[in-house]
Design a protein around this ligand. Structure first.
Ligand code: NAD
Ligand code: MG
Length: 395
């Protein structure tokens, strides 16, 4: 039985890159005439959050930053939009009666609220891949238990979701994630050693938030996406391939036992994947660039280099070890990313730190509850912090 077209929406992380694109899609599909917006949430950018909430007529606006509560309240005075802040505010946003929730907070900060939305049966449009990397099968089971659907928004996973025919599931051989290779695709390790966050964030094809941009440069984003793919599509680690495709036109592919490969192509624009998740199983009419094949000069594919980009090797390690190793990798990566942005460590140190944390916590086991996931996440952050501090001392 097909669910009715979702009309009540909540956007967790509306002020970010995915959030802004989601509101653009919502507006393209009729805006407040067509949708009822439950909650919008943000963190530091109060002005944008308030403007979004007023314009779209949200019921509730939430800033994760408690110290900004009064600023947000003032900004929305007289608008009729309710205001909340902090962790409890995010929980309130996730609990609102929206039947479609865009999970677009960055990092593990999104896990709690996304699980809350999942538990009450909302359809989860998942951009916040860290939820799945960290909590893995427990996250998938939480969505299932709630009764909602889990629809990927990450462009690669949306592509696979669009290509995967479940009636042909027994013939599924492999999924092939494409990776742009990021701004340092052709850099030597020596060149990478000196780069700053400002250069690392300049992605050749996509305009995105800071963490995922740096993650594209280090290929930790692809590492997270390998784990994301395992849980979304229930495939074995050896069925997940990565190929570098610098033009970001082929968003990912599915290979079958007859040698066929099905690909999804499109302009590098997240609104296609967001629109698909919002209207699934239908397709929306979107004002995005169309591919002109006569103008695409070429599509290149190359093998990823795991020596220059150790993140891919670490993801494979996490996948084969299983259990909480991916949660550990994810938390260590977030900690190392923060230290890199603060210029406390270099670009190449990020992978070294993640690997060291994974080795240190190799016996972390598997989780049977979300609380155990949060505990492993906290422990990995602490160990990563200690390694970073020790390195700073000796530097
Ligand atoms: P972003 O940094 O642009 O936005 C993040 C959002 O989360 C903002 O609304 C911010 O206010 C909020 N936020 C930040 N810290 C928070 C905290 N501690 N608590 C609550 N809210 C907080 O990030 P983005 O690029 O939009 O990415 C969001 C998620 O989507 C990430 O998981 C990313 O990997 C994924 N994703 C992004 C893209 C993209 O094109 N940007 C593509 C695929 C997947
Ligand atoms: Mg992606």
């Amino acid at each position: 039985l097909e669910k009715p077209q979702p009309r009540r929406l909540t956007i967790l992380g509306s002020t970010g890159s995915i959030g802004v694109n989601t509101l653009d899609v919502v507006n393209q599909l009729g805006g407040r005439e067509a949708f009822e917006i439950g909650a919008l949430t943000g963190n530091g950018n109060i002005e944008l959050l308030a403007e979004q909430a007023r314009t779209i007529g949200a019921k509730l606006a939430v800033t994760a930053d408690e110290s900004q509560y009064m600023t947000l309240k003032d900004a929305l005075a007289g608008s009729g939009v309710d205001v909340a802040a902090g962790r409890s505010g995010l929980e309130e946003a996730a609990s609102l009666d929206a039947d479609w929730v865009m999970a677009a907070i960055v990092g593990t900060a999104g896990l709690g609220p996304t699980l809350t939305a999942a538990a009450r049966g909302a359809d989860i449009a998942l951009a916040n891949k860290e939820c799945l990397v960290s909590a893995g099968q427990l996250f998938v089971e939480a969505v299932k238990a709630g009764g909602g659907r889990l629809i990927p928004v990450d462009s690669e996973h949306s592509a696979i979701f669009q290509c995967l025919d479940n009636s042909q599931r027994p013939a599924l051989e492999r999924i092939i994630l494409t990776a742009s290779g990021g701004p340092f695709r052709t850099f030597t390790r020596e060149q990478m050693a000196g780069v700053t966050a400002a250069t690392a964030r300049t992605h050749p094809n996509w305009s995105m938030g800071l963490k995922i941009s740096v993650g594209s440069a280090s290929m930790f984003n692809k590492a997270l996406e390998m784990v994301e793919a395992k849980h979304l599509f229930d495939v074995a680690p050896e069925q997940i391939e990565v190929v570098v495709h610098p033009q970001s036109i082929v968003h990912s592919m599915v290979g079958y036992s007859d040698g066929s490969v099905i690909a999804q192509l499109g302009a590098p624009d997240m609104r296609t994947a967001i629109g698909y998740a919002l209207t699934y199983p239908k397709r929306p009419a979107l004002n995005v660039d169309r591919l002109d094949f006569t103008k695409l000069s070429r599509l290149d594919f190359e093998a990823p280099d795991e020596t220059r980009f150790p993140a891919l090797r670490l993801a494979r390690t996490a996948l084969t070890r299983g259990g909480l190793q991916a949660a550990v990798m994810n938390a260590a990566e977030e900690t190392a990313f923060n230290a890199f942005v603060e210029e406390r460590i270099g670009f190449l140190d990020m992978a070294d730190i993640v690997e060291a944390v994974m080795e240190r916590l190799i016996d972390c086991g598997a989780a049977s509850t979300i609380a155990e996931v949060f505990a492993a996440d906290a422990e990995a952050r602490q160990v990563a912090g200690e390694i970073i501090a020790a390195d700073e001392k000796t530097a």
